[in-house]
Design a protein around this ligand. Structure first.
Ligand SMILES: Nc1ncnc2c1ncn2[C@@H]1O[C@H](COP(=O)(O)OP(=O)(O)OP(=O)(O)O)[C@@H](O)[C@H]1O
Ligand SMILES: [Mg+2]
Length: 416
C-alpha cells in the first residue's frame, strides 16, 4: 500500500473560541526588539545546507513573499519569531511568546484547536505581523524519527539516488521499513524521508532518515493554522529544527555533539555527528513535573508553584534536587548507550535549550555528571548575536525561541 505524502493543504474551517485564557507572564505586545545603533549582522553562512532537513509539508507553489512566521507550539507555550533577510544577513523583525497553565499538546496533538488558533491569531495581530504564511514544527513526541540502512543494489548508485530519492520508493524498500517501524496502520500516517548518503561504515548501504506522523496530528496543525488565518506552508519536527539551527549557527562538528531540549513535558535529545543524526531519544520528563511536585508540597495552585520555581524560592528549592538528578541521569543514559554502540567516539559538547534549562543548578549538575562542556544554544546568533537585540529580549527569549527563529529562516526553502 502506498503511503501518503502531503501535497496540498486541505481546508477545514471551524468557528473560533475565545475562552479560557490561561495567562502566566507574557510579552506578546509589539516589542522594540532590535538594539540600536544597529551592529553589523553576522554574515549568513553560505554553502552547505543541512542534509537533515525534513519537511512533512513540502513546497507548495508560493509566490515571493517577505516573511515566514515561525510558530513553535510547545506543551506550555506558543513562541513566534520572524526574521527578514537583508544584505548583511537575517534581521529579527518580530518575537513573541505566551505561556499557558494547561497543556496545549498531548502526545503531539493540539488539544484544543480553536483555542490555539485564536491565540496564534491574537499574537500575530498584537505584534502587527502582516505575513500570512507560517512554518511550524511537530513535537518529536508525536512523530517517529528513524535512521535506516538500505542495501544499495547494483543498478543504483548514490548520485542517482541523491538526485532523485523517489526511486527508492519504487523499490518498495522504504515503505516496508516504515511499515515495520510503526505501531499504526500505513493508511493512518504521513511520512517524509531524506537520503543521508552512503553508510560511512559500509558503502554497500545507504542511510536514510524517515519521519512518520499520524495524519490526525498533522491535519490538526493544518486546520489550526487555517483557523488562525494563516497558511501553513512548512511543517518540521522540533528536534530536527534544533539540530539544524545548531548546524546553522555553530557549523558542522567532526566529533559527535549532543543536543538537549528541556521543555515543559518532554526532554528531547539527539546525538549528531557532522551531517548525521546518530541517535534521537525523547523522555517524558519536563518542567511541568517539577511544578506539580511543588504544587503538591505547598498545596498550592499552578501559578503560585510555577512562580516559585522560576524564582528559585528557597522554600522549595529542596525539591529541585531529585528532578535535576533524573534529568541528568537520562542524559547520561543516552550518552552511555551511544558510546556503547560507538566505543571509539566521545561527545565533545552538549548544546542545551528549552525553558527547563533555566532551572537553578541544572547545568552545573549535568556538567558535573558528564564532564562535557555545555553550551546554551544562542538563537540570536542568527540575527547578529546578543548585541543586535535588546537586552531584555535576549534574556527573556534565548532559551525559548530557537525553533521559531529557525523556522522563519526557512523562507529560503519555500520562496521560488
Ligand atoms: N527561569 C526558569 N526556571 C526554571 N524553569 C523555567 C524557567 N522558565 C521557564 N521554565 C520552565 O520551562 C518550561 C517551558 O519550557 P519550553 O517553553 O521550552 O517548553 P514547551 O516548548 O512549552 O514544552 P515541550 O517542548 O515539552 O512541549 C516550563 O516547565 C517552565 O516552568
Ligand atoms: Mg518545546
Amino acid at each position: 500500500m502506498a503511503l501518503e505524502k502531503i501535497r496540498s493543504i486541505k481546508i477545514g474551517f471551524k468557528s473560533k473560541k475565545t475562552e479560557n485564557n490561561l495567562d502566566v507572564p507574557q510579552s506578546t505586545d509589539n516589542l522594540d526588539i532590535n538594539a540600536s545603533p544597529k551592529k553589523k549582522q553576522k554574515k549568513e553562512k553560505k554553502g552547505h545546507r543541512s542534509l537533515t532537513k525534513i519537511d512533512i509539508l513540502s513546497k507548495l507553489g508560493l509566490s515571493r513573499t517577505g516573511e515566514l512566521i515561525g510558530v513553535d507550539i510547545g506543551t506550555s507555550s506558543i513562541k513566534i519569531g520572524t526574521v527578514k533577510k537583508t544584505k548583511e544577513g537575517y534581521q529579527l523583525t518580530h518575537i513573541a511568546k505566551k505561556t499557558y497553565a494547561e497543556n496545549l499538546l498531548t502526545e503531539g496533538h493540539i488539544v484544543d484547536q480553536d483555542f490555539v488558533a485564536h491565540e496564534i491569531r491574537e499574537i500575530v495581530t498584537k505584534n502587527n505581523i502582516k505575513s500570512t504564511i507560517a512554518a511550524s514544527a511537530l513535537s518529536s513526541y508525536g512523530a517517529i524519527i528513524k535512521k535506516i540502512r538500505l542495501p544499495l543494489s547494483e543498478d543504483m548508485d548514490i548520485e542517482k539516488i541523491m538526485k532523485n530519492p523517489s526511486i527508492l520508493e519504487e523499490t518498495g524498500l522504504i515503505i516496508t521499513e516504515i511499515e515495520n517501524s510503526i505501531p499504526f496502520q500505513l493508511k493512518e500516517v504521513y511520512y517524509s524521508y531524506h537520503v543521508l548518503g552512503l553508510d560511512p561504515e559500509d558503502e554497500n548501504f545507504i542511510n536514510v532518515l524517515f519521519v512518520v506522523s499520524k495524519k490526525e496530528i498533522v491535519d490538526g496543525f493544518i486546520d489550526t493554522f487555517r483557523m488562525a488565518g494563516l497558511k501553513l506552508v512548512l511543517l518540521d519536527l522540533d528536534l530536527i529544527s534544533l539540530i539544524n539551527i545548531v548546524e546553522q549557527i555553530y557549523g558542522l562538528h567532526g566529533s559527535p555533539v549532543m543536543i538537549v531540549d528541556l521543555g515543559a513535558t518532554v526532554m528531547n535529545m539527539a546525538i549528531v555527528k557532522g551531517p548525521y543524526i546518530d541517535l534521537t531519544r525523547e523522555v517524558m520528563l519536563g518542567g511541568t513535573y517539577l511544578t506539580e511536585q511543588i504544587q503538591k508540597a505547598l498545596k498550592a495552585g499552578y501559578l503560585e508553584a510555577e512562580e516559585k520555581k522560576i524564582k528559585a524560592d528557597p522554600e522549595i528549592t529542596y525539591l529541585f534536587e531529585d528532578f535535576i538528578f533524573n534529568i541528568s541521569s537520562e542524559i547520561n543514559k543516552t550518552i552511555n548507550f551511544y558510546l556503547s554502540t560507538k566505543p571509539n567516539e566521545s561527545i565533545s559538547k552538549i548544546f542545551i535549550t528549552g525553558g527547563g534549562s533555566l532551572l537553578e543548578g541544572i547545568i552545573d549538575k549535568i556538567y558535573n555528571d558528564t564532564n562535557i562542556n555545555i553550551e546554551i544554544i544562542d538563537p540570536f546568533l542568527i540575527v547578529g548575536g546578543e548585541a543586535a537585540v535588546k537586552q531584555n529580549v535576549y534574556k527573556e527569549y534565548r532559551e525559548f525561541i530557537p525553533v521559531a527563529l529557525h523556522l522563519s529562516t526557512r523562507i529560503d526553502d519555500i520562496v521560488r
